[in-house]
Design a binder for this molecule. Structure first.
Ligand code: FAD
Length: 407
């Protein structure tokens, strides 16, 4: 940082961020770009993401554009040509929407399907361009203490770092949330998510398409979409079953077990399962939206405060939006931490609550019993995935503008 840059941070609060995931790095970048002094404490010894995919709808890519990282990300990811919905068993296909040209025409920004390591590396590189030593790896946060207008972040190796504000961006098992509000008891949704990433070249030719697909069936759904310049295919299979309670990106399951969960599903789904080099399983837990997530000079963002079922594909996008809105609030009220945090929370509360509740609603839609019988299924799909129904479900999500949103 040059001397001139350092002057920009004078008098502004120093922000500590626990967690260097998608939300923490987005917040760090937006704050650094506004001249704040920021440090990110990430537990991982190396910045490496789970090798899964993430869909970034136009509200998310708009935010990444404003952060100045969209062009770099686009060269690494995929703009799928379209998105379609398919019947779990017959394979009948309904075209949902055009993700390429039409998304740009309608929303101004693309719908990207991204390999998480590509997103994380792009954000981390941008943060380091602003401040080379901003990201502190191997730094596991275990809590914090407060003294007057200062807050100290406690690390598990005994270190303490102090700042003016602490942001818990440490994900679904957030230590900062626990220190603020105590342990929570999430409810099991009755669903597990299978995940795998498949080299696209290993799939049969008719499946190696740059298209996002959502298979819906009674008691489950499967999503697959291309990643990493079309070299990889992401597979997520959600199955209703009651025997698995671990929320983790790294717990492996067997091909056999996954196959059984989708026993009577179309052969294309089994092609994905068969060709996945490894399969991971994650129990989907439900948490009620929080009324408040700030106390004093400590706040939360992303999965730390509003983890959601993945049925609207908005968890990571919400974390990016949170980070940007938080930075806008500090830019507007740089001398008044209490107001900045209060306005941030208010600006995000209603939208994030609606996404958490809407995702649970979509689970019921995707897994509807009407899908069991092909005739009933056609009627159901024609109605629920009509242009009008899709517009009412997604338009309010995709048109959100992090720059224009009221704070
Ligand atoms: C199967 C599945 C599919 C999904 N698909 C989509 C999708 O298509 N689109 C979408 O927008 N969202 C999707 N999501 C949701 C998305 O993955 C999350 O909402 C998103 O990762 C949240 O970002 P975050 O930065 O808040 O948390 P995380 O990504 O979990 O990052 C938290 C970071 O904090 C670090 N950390 C944790 N604890 C500590 C600690 N004590 N000290 C220091 N560091 C710590 C972690 O190592 C990590 O780097 C999906 C989720 C699942 C499970």
């Amino acid at each position: 940082m040059s001397g001139e840059d350092r002057d920009l941070t004078r008098g502004k609060p120093r922000v500590l961020i626990a967690g260097g995931g998608i939300g923490g790095l987005s917040a760090a970048l937006a704050l650094l770009q506004r001249g704040f002094e920021v440090d990110v404490y990430e537990q991982a010894a190396k910045l490496e993401e789970v090798g899964a995919g993430v869909q970034l709808s136009p509200n998310g890519t708009r935010a990444l554009h404003v952060l100045g990282v969209l062009d770099a990300l686009e060269t690494l990811s995929c703009t799928a040509e379209g998105k379609e919905v398919r019947h779990w068993n017959t394979g009948d296909t309904w075209k949902l929407f055009d993700l390429g040209v039409e998304a740009i025409e309608r929303y101004g920004f693309p719908y990207l399907t991204v390999w998480r390591p590509d997103l994380l590396e792009t954000l981390a590189a941008a943060v380091r361009r602003e401040k080379p030593n901003a990201i502190h790896l191997g730094s596991r946060c275990v809590g914090f203490t407060r003294a007057g207008e200062r807050v100290s972040l406690l690390l598990d190796d005994g270190r303490q770092v102090s700042g003016d504000v602490l942001v818990g961006a440490d994900g679904v098992h957030s230590q900062i949330r626990r220190a603020l509000f105590g342990a929570e008891e999430p409810r099991f949704s009755g669903m597990i998510a299978w995940r795998g990433v498949i080299p696209i070249g290993s799939l049969p030719r008719h499946m190696a398409r740059i298209v996002g697909t959502n298979w819906v069936g009674p008691g489950g759904h499967v999503v697959h979409y291309p990643l990493h310049r079309g070299e990889l295919m992401n597979f997520v299979g959600i199955a209703e079953r009651g025997d698995w309670r671990i929320e983790s990106w790294s717990t492996r399951g067997s091909t056999e077990e996954c196959r059984e969960d989708f026993a009577e599903w179309h052969d294309d789904v089994h092609q994905l399962i068969r060709h996945a080099p490894s399969l991971y399983k994650w129990a989907l837990m439900v948490r009620e939206p929080m009324e408040r997530w700030t106390i004093g000079r400590v706040t939360l963002l992303g999965d730390a405060c509003h983890p959601t079922l993945p049925m609207l594909a908005q968890g990571a996008v919400m974390a990016i939006e949170d980070g940007f809105i938080l930075a806008r609030c500090f830019e507007r009220w740089p001398d008044d931490v209490a107001t900045a945090l209060d306005r941030y929370e208010r600006a995000r509360s209603e939208r994030t609550r609606a996404i958490v509740l809407g995702s649970a609603d979509n689970a019921r839609r995707f897994h509807n019993p009407a899908l069991a019988d092909p005739v009933g299924a056609k009627e159901y799909l024609d109605r629920e995935w009509s242009r009008a129904a899709i517009t009412s479900r997604y338009e309010w999500l995709f048109t959100y503008d992090v720059v224009g949103a009221e704070i």
